[in-house]
Design a protein around this ligand. Structure first.
Ligand SMILES: Cc1cc2nc3c(=O)[nH]c(=O)nc-3n(C[C@H](O)[C@H](O)[C@H](O)COP(=O)(O)OP(=O)(O)OC[C@H]3O[C@@H](n4cnc5c(N)ncnc54)[C@H](O)[C@@H]3O)c2cc1C
Length: 357
C-alpha cells in the first residue's frame, strides 16, 4: 500500500483546488492535491470571462473593488510562475439591444453604478461590420477572459513536477474524519486538513451534501468566424476571440439534467442568439457542457465541517469562478493558517442550521 502524508490534502484540481493549493504552497505549506482527471469538470468547459459590471442595468458585481484588482495581479504572477500565457485582459463590448435600453443609459446618473469600470457610446459605428445592433453600447474595462483549460494543464505539470498531485479518485466511502483516507484501497493518506474542492461533485459528498447547492448546467461552442476582432462581444451570448479566427460562444443555463452531456437544443439556442447578435456567419467546431457549482445565495462556500474540523470546503464559485477564486483562496488560506476570520457572507456557518448529524 502506498502511503502519503501532507498537512493540507485538497480534493479536486479544478479552478478552486488549483488556486487554493497554489496559495497554500506559496506560503511554504505541505500540500497534496488528489484529482480524477476523467470526471466532468466545470473549469474545463468555462468561457473564463471576468467582468466587473453585469446585469441589465450594468451594475458593479459583488465586491468588485476588492476582487478585480486582486485577480489581475494574481493571474499575471501565475503566468510567470507557470511559464504559460492564459490571462487575457480585454474590453467587453455590450451593445444596446433596443432604443429603450439606450434611453436608460442616457439618463443622468445612469453610469454611476459602474463608474470607473466602463464607458458608454451612443453611436454604434465602431462595430458596425460585426454586430447587428447600431445604437452604441457599453465597453467595460478591468474585464477579459482566462483560458482555464490551459491554466489547469500548466498547473497540472507544475504540481506533478513538485510531486504534489496524485491522479486518483477519492472514494468518499473511505474518508474517515479521523485524518485517514484510503483512495482506491491502494493509497493511504494522512492529513491535518482535508479540503474538498470538488465543484458540482460536492452534491454527492456525504460530509457536505447538506449545503444548498443550486448547480446549473452550461454549454458552450467553439466556432470559426472568417473575420478578426479582439474584443469580447456580449449581448444574449458572449463571443470570445481565441485567436486564428476561433471564437467561443456561450453560454446556456439549465437546471435540468445536471450532467456534462452536450445537447442539440442548447446548440440551437446558442446559434439563434449568435445570429441575433453577430453579422458574420459561424461554423461550429466544438460543443462542450459542464455543471457550474452554484449556491442558493450566490456566494461561495468556505469553511470547516460543523462536526469534523479536519474537513473543510472551498467551493460554490458558481458562474464567476475566475473572479472569485484568487481572492477567496487567499481568504481561505489565511483562515486555515492564521485563523483570520472568514467573511460571514462566504462562511458555510451561515447554513449550519441545515446540518443534521
Ligand atoms: C458552460 C460554462 C461556462 C462558464 N463560463 C464562465 C465564465 O465565463 N467565467 C467564470 O468565471 N466562470 C464560468 N463558469 C463557471 C466556472 O467553470 C466555475 O466557477 C469554476 O470553474 C468551478 O471550479 P471548481 O474547481 O469549483 O470545479 P470543477 O472545475 O468542476 O473542478 C472539480 C474537480 O474536482 C475533481 N473531483 C471531484 N470529486 C473528486 C473525487 N472524489 N476524487 C478526485 N477528484 C475529484 C474533478 O475531477 C474536477 O477536476 C462556466 C461554467 C460553465 C459550465
Amino acid at each position: 500500500m502506498e502511503q502519503y502524508s501532507s498537512d493540507f490534502v485538497i480534493v479536486g484540481q479544478g479552478l478552486a483546488g488549483s488556486v487554493l493549493a497554489y496559495s497554500l504552497w506559496k506560503q511554504g505549506q505541505s500540500v497534496l492535491v488528489l484529482d480524477n482527471p476523467n470526471l466532468a469538470s466545470s473549469s474545463k468547459v468555462a468561457g473564463g470571462i471576468y467582468n466587473p459590471v453585469t446585469g441589465k442595468k450594468l451594475t458593479k458585481t459583488w465586491m468588485a473593488d476588492d476582487l478585480f484588482p486582486f485577480l489581475a495581479d494574481f493571474y499575471t504572477e501565475l503566468e510567470e510562475v507557470l511559464g504559460e500565457s492564459f490571462f487575457y485582459p480585454l474590453p467587453i463590448y455590450r451593445p444596446f439591444s433596443n432604443i429603450q435600453i439606450q434611453e436608460v443609459f442616457k439618463q443622468e446618473g445612469a453610469t454611476d453604478g459602474f463608474a470607473g469600470f466602463g464607458t458608454v457610446d451612443f453611436q454604434g459605428d465602431t462595430y458596425q461590420e460585426l454586430v447587428q445592433y447600431s445604437l452604441g453600447g457599453v465597453t467595460t474595462n478591468h474585464s477579459g477572459w482566462l483560458d482555464l483549460p490551459k491554466m489547469l494543464k500548466a498547473f497540472r505539470t507544475f504540481f506533478l513536477e513538485k510531486g504534489i498531485l496524485k491522479e486518483i479518485q477519492l472514494n468518499l466511502d473511505n474518508v474517515l474524519p479521523e485524518q485517514l483516507v484510503y483512495a482506491d484501497n491502494h493509497v493511504q493518506i494522512s492529513f491535518k486538513k482535508l479540503i474538498f474542492c470538488e465543484g458540482d461533485h460536492a452534491r454527492r459528498n456525504p460530509f457536505f451534501n447538506w449545503l444548498p447547492f443550486t448547480s446549473v448546467k452550461g454549454e458552450v461552442l467553439t466556432v470559426k468566424i472568417a473575420q478578426d476582432f479582439d474584443e469580447i462581444i456580449n449581448q444574449g451570448v458572449f463571443v470570445i476571440p481565441l485567436g486564428n479566427q476561433s471564437y467561443r460562444v456561450g453560454a446556456t443555463y439549465s437546471w435540468h439534467a445536471l450532467d456534462g452531456v452536450p445537447t442539440e437544443s442548447a446548440q440551437e439556442e446558442l446559434l439563434t442568439k449568435y445570429k441575433k447578435l453577430m453579422k458574420p456567419p459561424c461554423e461550429v467546431v466544438e460543443h462542450l457542457a459542464g455543471v457550474r457549482p452554484a449556491t442558493k445565495d450566490r456566494r461561495p462556500f468556505l469553511g470547516l465541517h460543523p462536526r469534523f474540523s479536519q474537513l473543510a470546503i472551498f467551493n460554490g464559485l458558481g458562474s464567476k469562478g475566475v473572479s472569485l477564486a484568487p481572492y477567496f483562496a487567499k481568504e481561505m488560506a489565511d483562515f486555515l493558517l492564521i485563523e483570520k476570520e472568514l467573511n460571514p457572507e462566504v462562511n458555510i456557518n451561515r447554513y449550519v442550521s441545515f446540518y443534521t448529524e
